[in-house]
Structures are given as structure tokens and as C-alpha cells.
Design a protein around this ligand. Structure first.
Ligand SMILES: [Cu+2]
Length: 329
């Protein structure tokens, strides 16, 4: 085995760690310092990925600094830039390695751009799909639901390139009422649906997370495909909002994947700690989001109820988390 192969093998091992995170690129291949790649002409070498494919695009061939998605505003030559927009709208563009706004995108999960936002306290999650203008500006009715510091994630694949998730902070002025993270709970409700979570994510290995949807005590067995799946799961890490987008096992119409009540995901988190999970599912023509707090890694022996601080609201009672009314485009 030559050195390059060994490095690739190790890199693939790392890729497996993050392999369930949508938007994380592959890691094999020679590493070129990112500074050199910024001056390439547009579109150069997209297929062969001269950047080396490391999310951290550092000079460390072992990938020790490999990062989850969404932590960087600029990665592999692509940069997310919010731009001025009329009141009530949110607009941004992605500039490419040549500095110009990117106008060519691959369709991934039915859309060219997935915009996910959440406040830094993990409340206010929204997942929307902006419209691309001819000049490369993405516009959407603002998903930012009030004052606070928001993280906006652009989850996309440039034409001929690798999937990428960039993140940028956006401040909405006004009086913010900070909200504690709801305590871990195995079940939550949204719009009359009860969603139950089984499984616990473990850092460093794949864990099966199964979300089961019921309504009025009856299992929901006719979930509708949403963006090519019966569910989309986004996980945000408390503390830095590292972003994981996990797709379920099986696709609608493959003859073996039931339309509920259970949707299973193979998820792997980058570290121990608290995460907020957001499950988007579609039923009755509407998309809803069920939210959970989970503790990855060595969970305390005490039941969830005793871990809650006296003032911590439960997920089902907190209007800022998983409340009815936050919509999806
Ligand atoms: Cu989307």
C-alpha cells in the first residue's frame, strides 16, 4: 500500500464518521492549500476536486481538523454573503472561487438551495427554499422569526462540485428573550402529531435513530414524500451549531420503505454533547417539524425529567421550539 492509498483509507474512515452528514465532502486525494485554489478560473477542476475535498481544506493530510458542516462562512473557495433585502425578505449569494456570484447549482433533494435557519439558542428553526435570481442572488420571505442572533445555513451543491454547507450569523435587532434548551425528551408534539424518538446518537459510531409519528393515538402510515424522502433530519450541536443533515434509510417507492409510522435514520454525531434534532415530515399536504433535544455520548443515569432545570420548559410547551405555525416552503 503506498502512502497515498493509506492516507485515502484513513480519510475514508473519517468520512465514515461524518458520512451521514449531508453536505460533507469526500476526503481522499492530495491536499492543495486553499489559498492557491482561490485564484482558479470559475469551474476549473470541479470534477477532479483539486481542493483535496477536505472540509477544513487545511494542510493536514490526515484530516485531523476535519469539521462538520455549517461552521464556516467560507469553505473550499465558496463564501456565503447576506445581501440587503427589502423588509420581510432575506437575500444572500454564494460567491465561488473566482469571486463571482455562483449561478449554477445541482438539484439535490428536489431543490438547488436549502436554507436552514435557527437562533443561536436553537429556537426558531425553519427550512425554506429561496428563489435564484439571474445575478446569483437567492431571495426568500424572511424565515427569521424575530429578534436575536440567527445562524443561516446554505446547503447546496455548485454545478459540477461537491455538496457544501456554509453558515453565517445574522442579527435581527430587538429585545431577545433567551430560551434555555428544552430538556431531553423521547416524545414531542406538533400540530396534533406525536413524534417519538428511539435511539441515542453516539459519537464515533453510527446509531439508528427512529422517529415514529402518530396522530390521535393512531400510527400515521401514509406519510407523504417530502423532498424525495419520508423525513429529513437536521441536527444542530449546542454551543456552535455544527450542522448535520441526515436522510432516512430507504426512499419512497422503492418497494420496501413504509410510509410511516416509523422513519429511521443512520446518524453519527461528531462529539458528545447536546443536540437539537429537527424532523421535517409531510402529511395531509403540510410539512411540519418535530423537535427533540438529545444528549449524545455518556448520558446521565437520571431520567430526563430530573435533568430539567426548574425553569426549563418542556419541548411540547415551549412556544419557541416546535410550536405550530412555523412553516416550510
Ligand atoms: Cu430543503
Amino acid at each position: 500500500m503506498n502512502t497515498a492509498t493509506k492516507l485515502s483509507g484513513f480519510a475514508l474512515g473519517l468520512a465514515a464518521v461524518f458520512g451521514t452528514a449531508y453536505g460533507v465532502g469526500h476526503l481522499a486525494g492530495p491536499v492543495t492549500p486553499a489559498a492557491d485554489t482561490r485564484h482558479e478560473p470559475a469551474g476549473a477542476g470541479h470534477g477532479s476536486d483539486p481542493h483535496g475535498g477536505s472540509d477544513s481544506h487545511g494542510a493536514d493530510p490526515a484530516g485531523a481538523t476535519h469539521l462538520p458542516g455549517g461552521l464556516l462562512v467560507s469553505d473550499r473557495g465558496y463564501t456565503m454573503q447576506p445581501v440587503d433585502a427589502p423588509t420581510g425578505q432575506f437575500a444572500f449569494r454564494i460567491t465561488g472561487p473566482d469571486g463571482a456570484a455562483v449561478t449554477g447549482y445541482e438539484i439535490a433533494h428536489d431543490k438547488r438551495m436549502h436554507l436552514i435557519v435557527a437562533r443561536r439558542d436553537l429556537s426558531g428553526f425553519r427550512h425554506v427554499h429561496p428563489e435564484l435570481g439571474a445575478d446569483g442572488t437567492w431571495r426568500v420571505d424572511s424565515p427569521l422569526g424575530g429578534p436575536g442572533v440567527w445562524r443561516a445555513f446554505a446547503d447546496f451543491t455548485p454545478s459540477g462540485g461537491e455538496p457544501l454547507t456554509l453558515g453565517v450569523d445574522v442579527t435581527v435587532p430587538g429585545q431577545l428573550q433567551p430560551r434555555p434548551l428544552p430538556a431531553p425528551a423521547a416524545s414531542t408534539t406538533v400540530d396534533g402529531y406525536t413524534v417519538t424518538l428511539t435511539g441515542t446518537p453516539q459519537p464515533g459510531r453510527t446509531s439508528q435513530l427512529t422517529l415514529t409519528v402518530s396522530r390521535d393515538g393512531k400510527p400515521v402510515t401514509d406519510l407523504e414524500p417530502y423532498l424525495g424522502a419520508y423525513g429529513h433530519l437536521v441536527a444542530l450541536r449546542q454551543g456552535d451549531l455544527a450542522y448535520l443533515h441526515v436522510h432516512p434509510e430507504g426512499v419512497p417507492g422503492d418497494g420496501r420503505t413504509p410510509a410511516g409510522p416509523a422513519v429511521s435514520f443512520a446518524a453519527e454525531v461528531p462529539s458528545a454533547g447536546s443536540y437539537r434534532l429537527y424532523l421535517d415530515f409531510r402529511h395531509g399536504g403540510a410539512v411540519r417539524t418535530a423537535e427533540f433535544t438529545v444528549l449524545a455520548g455518556d448520558a446521565p443515569a437520571a431520567p430526563a425529567s430530573t435533568r430539567a432545570t426548574p425553569t426549563a420548559p418542556t419541548p411540547t410547551a415551549d412556544a419557541g421550539h416546535g410550536a405550530p405555525g412555523h412553516g416550510h416552503n
